[in-house]
Design a protein around this ligand. Structure first.
Ligand code: F6P
Length: 493
């Protein structure tokens, strides 16, 4: 069983004297001004939540974009700040981007181009040459920061996500002694879908600068191998899952990511969550006999409209829930500069108005739409008081909300309704699995969740909890690091 301590011991035994550098666009802590004070926030990011405990165990350096308006206040003259603020264990090195760089790199190429390309959810990607230029320029900015932080000694560089496809090759060209790995947190599409990407060769060549390239699922690894085989000069070994290009090998491996089960489980039993549960019960009112929840970023890949249509369908076809069931949808605003996200926000708000107008009744509302970021205590409370949680992603690399819901139910209550098109669905066979494009299936699953005998609910939840407890984020970290440790630094490093 991997724990925070076990990973910490593993790292100090095996990685002593080796620098550990993580690169991610999103920083784990954001400094912002609130009135006259500086406040520290944790972003709503599955990636940041997963990597933070590993950084904590490794004591390395995390390089990320300083996106908070008070971020510059907090750093020293080398743009570094020790975090977590209350008990520092590692270093955050901030990188500064201009407005144009952020626009082209983050909103443009990463989230209006690569995100829809890889998620395949019928939202067409937009490929602007100027976004690609900024993407390349920003990858270069990060390469400079990594090379500076790594210095001359041995260092592992662990790159996160689709924001940095070009970075591995840039690093390897500049310093071949670095051992470079990347984890792609979103799906990799099949070769037919990838064909539409205009800068295929550069992107793939950049990624093949990695020694190790990780995806959540074997299926995504296979898609990547097929894409490379089709698009670029390289030797693909489908048995070993290795790719050789220019005499150098990239190992492609699946590492299904997870959460800190113990932390979520312990929080769910805390006094704070107990108090917050009572508060939310008051907010929902006495008539909310049944409660469903959905908690995520307001992103079109999450299938929120489909879920709201399912709620409407539930009241249509199962009248017994009218006046008795309230669905709480927490939709954290995200990437609102990207038109597809702004359109989604309008669609969700409109649907919420229609559903509430259609079904509301004396002091009872069928739907509570909360468009703000909730902290872990409020999320824990909503998990605890709900009868079911819906994760209806149209496509998702993994989806950690599903795993958090399970870890947040130490009482073994609650049912998980889970899209078949998430990576989590491969591990969580005891969830009520649905096709998120078929809202009637979600509605039927909501009904099934509510009429399921208590013993069955408990049996399913217990099995899923056992799985997530064992397959936690520390195990994920240990697996990635063990794979990294198989690579040898050159003699004179
Ligand atoms: O899935 C990709 C991902 O980076 C997640 O890891 C994370 O939860 C989400 O996107 C957050 O996105 P952003 O950092 O753009 O807000």
């Amino acid at each position: 069983m991997w724990t925070r301590n076990a990973l910490q011991e593993f790292i100090s035994a095996k990685m002593a004297g080796i620098k550990f550098i993580v690169v991610a666009n999103r920083e784990p802590f954001i400094h912002t001004y609130k009135d006259d004070r500086v406040e520290v926030l944790k972003p709503a990011s599955g990636m940041a939540t997963a990597i933070d405990p590993i950084m904590d165990a490794s004591g390395g350096t995390w390089i990320a974009h300083g996106s908070g308006d008070a971020d510059r206040e907090a750093v020293d003259e080398f743009d570094r700040v020790r975090v977590p603020p209350e008990n520092p264990t590692y270093t955050l090195r901030r990188v500064w981007l201009t407005k144009e760089q952020e626009e082209g790199f983050y909103y443009g190429m990463a989230n209006d181009g690569l995100w829809p390309l890889c998620h395949v959810t019928f939202t067409a990607p937009t490929f602007r040459p100027k976004d690609w230029e900024q993407y390349e320029a920003v990858n270069r900015v990060y390469a400079d920061a990594v090379l500076q932080e790594a210095g001359d000694g041995p260092a592992f560089v662990f790159i996160q996500d689709y924001h940095f496809a070009l970075l591995p090759r840039m690093l390897k060209n500049a310093n071949p002694k670095l051992i470079v790995a990347q984890f792609w947190h979103i799906p990799w599409p099949n070769k037919e879908v990838f064909r539409v990407f205009p800068w295929k060769e550069q992107l793939l060549d950049g990624m093949l600068g990695n020694d190790l390239l990780g995806f959540h699922l074997r299926y995504h690894c296979q898609n990547f191998l097929d894409t490379v085989d089709r698009q670029i000069e390289a030797r693909v070994d489908n048995e070993r899952f290795d790719i050789v290009r220019g005499g150098r090998t990239t190992c492609v491996r699946p590492f299904p990511i997870s959460i800190d089960f113990d932390e979520v489980n312990a929080l769910a039993q805390s006094d704070e969550v107990r108090a917050a549960t009572a508060k939310w019960k008051r907010v929902l009112g006495k008539r909310a006999e049944f409660v469903g929840v959905g908690i995520e970023r307001l992103d079109y890949s999450k299938g929120i409209p489909s879920r709201l249509r399912a709620l409407d369908d539930l009241f249509e076809r199962y009248p017994q829930y009218r006046g008795k069931l309230t669905f709480v949808q927490v939709a954290v605003p995200s990437r609102q500069q990207v038109p597809a996200y702004a359109r989604l926000a309008q669609e969700v708000e409109q649907l919420a108005r229609e559903i509430n107008f259609k079904w509301k009744d004396r002091g009872w509302h069928p739907l509570l739409l909360i468009e703000e970021h909730l902290g872990p205590v409020d999320m824990g409370a909503l998990h605890r008081l709900s009868h079911y949680c819906v994760v209806s992603s149209l496509h998702d690399g993994m989806n950690l909300v599903a795993k958090e819901y399970i870890a947040g139910r130490p009482d073994e209550g609650g049912a998980l309704i889970l899209s078949r098109f998430t990576g989590s669905a491969r591990e969580l066979a005891d969830a009520l699995q649905v096709n998120p494009f078929a809202y009637h299936e979600i509605a039927d699953a909501m009904h099934q969740a509510l009429v399921m005998p208590a013993e069955e609910r408990q049996r399913r939840m217990r099995k899923m909890r056992e799985h997530v407890a064992r397959h936690n984020v520390y195990r994920w970290g240990a697996k990635v690091l063990s794979e990294l440790l198989k690579f040898e630094f050159p003699e004179n490093t």
